[in-house]
Design a protein around this ligand. Sequence first.
Ligand code: PMP
Length: 384
Amino acid sequence: MQNFLKQRLEQRQQAHLYRQRLIHEGAQTPVLQMAGRTYLAFCSNDYLGLASHPILINTLQHAATTYAVGAGASHLVNGHARAHHALEEELASFTGRERALLFSTGYMANIGAVTALVERQDAVFSDKLNHASLVDAVQLSRAHSHRYTHNDMEMLARLLTQSTANHKLIVTDGVFSMDGDIANLPDIVTLAKQQQAWVMVDDAHGLGVLGATGRGIIEHYHLSATDVPILMGTLGKAFGVTGAFVAGSTLLIENLIQYARSYIYTTALPAAIAETLRASLRLVQTETWRREKLQILIKHFRQGATQLALPLLVSDTPIQGILLGSAEKALMLSQALLQQGIIVTAIRPPTVPQNTARLRITFSALHEIEHVDRLLGALEHYSL
Ligand code: PMP
């Protein structure tokens, strides 16, 4: 066995696909400390900068006194506290739905929702760039899997028409996590209506960021809850904490409580976390300057990167990709930036398709224009 394990790691290393973790000290903010040196980081999904918000730190400290540290059990056994319940009600109201259901992570929410809703006789239609958790969810569900080329609505229409499945479920990321562009949701909704398909959107990167009031991709496109009956959102990105939820009708949520195995068979999030998330949800709505600041940073970066003729991916969101192609090139550039005190992760296969390795730059409302200028200044030295 040892030989097998060693060989596999060597293969990864030779293909420049080996993953390594950086250990930073202290808080998760754009300016980080590692091994006694200060770094500027552009790889967190803490888009609004709430992870280090004093109100949230204070709320967590107090809530731990009230609720203790661990939930002690799953929601259905004895882990569902008043704070969880209140958060679910507030998330339902925020997303304009009858109900919402908390999950411990977004990965588990996707696995739970898809496997609870479809089975062998059914079919799922997924964008090829959907997040890994959706890909795994479809596999686990055993439904027929049809994957359409990224945002290719003609292909989706064709696949839907050809399918004779019992139920048809379209699943898509709202904002694509490694590219930063957004789904063509209005067309997906129209096709779903024509074909009597259900629509599920994973708005992990849109919620809190997109839309005038941070309600995500649905607000961005002025769609309604009935257009997208299954909405998944995560709480560890723009919300700055951890966890996830699915929002929808009472019937949907009651079904998930009965059938979503990744909801039923796992310990609930600590109630103190739920209480902290309630405060986070308020900040997402009240501190609108954070979304406005993000837009300023994104525009500034894109202008500068365009002037430098960097191979930018098309995106108006805080996820900005610089397409490099080979994993080796992406890794080398990421390491060169690290030496200059800048952390930008190299994203390589299998996270992205072969030959589309890239640098994935993410912005937070806590970044400053001068941080963006430092990044651009560092990138200027390389011919990309
Ligand atoms: N969906 C998308 C689109 C994501 O990017 C992620 C996290 N990277 C997830 C789901 C999983 O969320 P979590 O980190 O809460 O498990």
